[in-house]
Design a protein. Structure first.
Length: 314
C-alpha cells in the first residue's frame, strides 16, 4: 500500500545523513532544528520504522535506513533531473522541432531560416524533411511533423493553422537558345506554344486561375520535382515556372530566368502549424521566429530581382 511520504521529508532525511548532524542539516535546508526534527519524525511514522540512529555525539542511518538511503537519493535525483529538463525545454536550451517542406523551398528559403534559428537557439534540434507537399500535410495531420511549409493554395485539414509568410512573383526558366531570352521579360501569351514542365501541385487553381484562359499553355508535362523539371529543360525545349527566389537554383542548371508578366502572378507561401492546446516551447519559438524572419524573404526577393535586372542590362 502506498505511503503518504513527501519530498520535503525525503530531502530532510538525506540532508541529515549527508551532514551527520541535525543542526547542520537544518542550516542547509534553512529550517529550525525543531522543524527538521518534525519532518524526520513524520517520515519515520509514515514508513513505520526507525531510519536514523541518534546519539549525543552523532546521527547515522539505522540498518533499515542504510538500505532506504540510496533509494531516497535516487528519487530526489530523478526529480531534480526531470525539473532541470523541464527548465531546459522552457528556456529553449533543449527541444525538438520537426519541419517539412517541398523541394522548391528546401532548396531556397528553408536552409537559411533553419541556420538563422539554430544560431539563436543552438540547443534546439530542428529536424528537416524535404518531401512533396502531400507528405508535408500528411505529417501535420498524423503528428509526425510540427511545422510545414508550402503553397498557400493547398487546403490543409482543419487541425492545421495556416500563416501567410511571403508572396513571391513567378518567373520563367528557359533554355539560353530560346528566342524569348532576348527580351527582359516574358508574357503568358509568349509561353502559350511552349510545353510547360510543371512540378507545381494544383497549378490550375493556384496559378492559372489568375491568367486569362486564352493564354494558358497548350501542353503541361507533369513531373514531381523542380529539379526534374529543370533537368528536362536542359535537354528539350519548353519552360519551367518558378518563384523568383529559385533564381540561384535555376542559374545552377545553366538556364535563363526572366520575370513572367501580363499578368504578374505571385506564388503565396504559407507556414502550416499543427493545432495543439499546448505546443512545445521549441515549436512555439520556431513558429514565432519564422513569422518575425519572413519579411527578410520579401526584401531578399526584391534584391534578387534588382540584381537580375542589372545582369540583363550588362
Amino acid at each position: 500500500m502506498a505511503m503518504d511520504v513527501t519530498l520535503r521529508q525525503l530531502r530532510a532525511y538525506v540532508a541529515v545523513l549527508e551532514a551527520a548532524s541535525f543542526s547542520e542539516a537544518a542550516k542547509t535546508m534553512h529550517l529550525s532544528q525543531a522543524a527538521l526534527s518534525g519532518l524526520i519524525k513524520e517520515l519515520e511514522s509514515r514508513v513505520g520504522v526507525r531510519l536514523l540512529d541518534r546519539t549525543t555525539r552523532k546521527v547515522s542511518a539505522s540498518a533499515v535506513g542504510e538500505t532506504f538511503a540510496p533509494m531516497a537519493r535516487r528519487v530526489l535525483s530523478n526529480l531534480d533531473e526531470a525539473l532541470d529538463n523541464l527548465t531546459n525545454l522552457k528556456e529553449l536550451r533543449r527541444g525538438l522541432v520537426r519541419v517539412a517542406a517541398p523541394e522548391t523551398l528546401s532548396c531556397t528559403l528553408l536552409p537559411e531560416l533553419i541556420a538563422e534559428y539554430n544560431h539563436s537557439h543552438p540547443g534546439v534540434d530542428v529536424r528537416f524533411d524535404d518531401v512533396p507537399i502531400q507528405e508535408v500535410l500528411a505529417g501535420l495531420q498524423n503528428g509526425s511533423t510540427d511545422i510545414g511549409f508550402g503553397p498557400a493554395g493547398v487546403v490543409p485539414d482543419q487541425s492545421v493553422e495556416v500563416h501567410m509568410i511571403c508572396a513571391d512573383p513567378l518567373w520563367v526558366a528557359l533554355r539560353s537558345d530560346d528566342p524569348l531570352t532576348k527580351s527582359k521579360s516574358v508574357s503568358w501569351k509568349d509561353l502559350r506554344e511552349r510545353s510547360l514542365l510543371n512540378y507545381m501541385p494544383n497549378i490550375a487553381i493556384n496559378v492559372l486561375s489568375n491568367v486569362p484562359s486564352r493564354h494558358h499553355p497548350k501542353e503541361l508535362v507533369p513531373v514531381h520535382r523542380v529539379n526534374t523539371a529543370l533537368s528536362m529543360l536542359r535537354v528539350r525545349q519548353g519552360a519551367v515556372i518558378c518563384p523568383s527566389m529559385a533564381e540561384p537554383l535555376v542559374r545552377g542548371f545553366g538556364l535563363t530566368f526572366l520575370p513572367l508578366l501580363q499578368p504578374a502572378v505571385k506564388w503565396r507561401i504559407a507556414m502550416f502549424v499543427r493545432h495543439s492546446a499546448s505546443l512545445s516551447p521549441a515549436v512555439e519559438s520556431f513558429r514565432d521566429f519564422t513569422l518575425d524572419f519572413s519579411p527578410n524573404w520579401a526584401a531578399g526577393g526584391m534584391e534578387r530581382r534588382r540584381t537580375s535586372e542589372r545582369r540583363k542590362r550588362v
